[in-house]
Design a protein around this ligand. Sequence first.
Ligand SMILES: [Zn+2]
Length: 291
Amino acid sequence: MRWISTRKTATKRRVPGAMRPRGVRWTGLSDWVPIGLVCFCCLCPAHAQQSQTQTGTQAAATPPATTSSQPQPASQPTAVPTNIPAATQARPTELRFLVLLDPAHGGADTGAMLNPTTPEKTYTLALAEQLRAALNAHGIRTILTRTSDIALDNDTRATTANHSHASACISLHATSTGNGVHLFTSSLPVMTEADPRRAFLPWQTAQAAYETSSLRLESDMDAAMTQLHIPVLIARTSILPLDSMACPAVDIEVAPVDATTPLSDRGYQQKVVAALEAALVAWRGDWRQHP
Ligand SMILES: [Zn+2]
């Protein structure tokens, strides 16, 4: 049975100035303070409408326009399974490290208008391509869910992620509101390693089995952003396609630093890419030690 979670978003901001070593996660509630309502592009009308149209419907037959650092055969429309069998979850024995980059929006789904001339879909694709180049320079293989201005539904994005056996799945968004980089992990109830339900993961809640590793990945990103003095907001939310991804997954939303450093600031863009690059290089080390 397929369903869409309706859990409310829980948003918290790390206490300004609080520092911690990479790989160590805050555990005390005293380390967080709640903030007011934040306008996330993921929750904007266009995005919300896209998510709502997934409810109770079969995925559109648009094949994912994936590319990787190695040639891939042409994709065919893929039926979305209701469960992800154990065989699909199994990690390849050679411990290959691969990053899936998912530039949000595309085609008629423009996402938010970041300024009068730049839709979010254009920004996210450019960011994904810059990050892909940076990761490839480290010998890290990448797959993009789209490499052009095409529409992809959430199931298609998740299908690409789950077929890739990615070591990290990164969905990229942008917004003209808020400050710095917003990092989201799934708010689904965590499924432990010992949970027998891991044998078959419900499609819509597959991320529950990967949340522990997703939080570790987010921690690496938080540390890398902090290192480069980029404001970070951390939150947990229920959102597609993140909840359907069977991989360590973080949804990233890039916002301006402040009024003087907009999204279009080239230096800021480069810092964000550099931080994500550093985080994913660090994650490669963590992932190999704790696959
Ligand atoms: Zn968005």
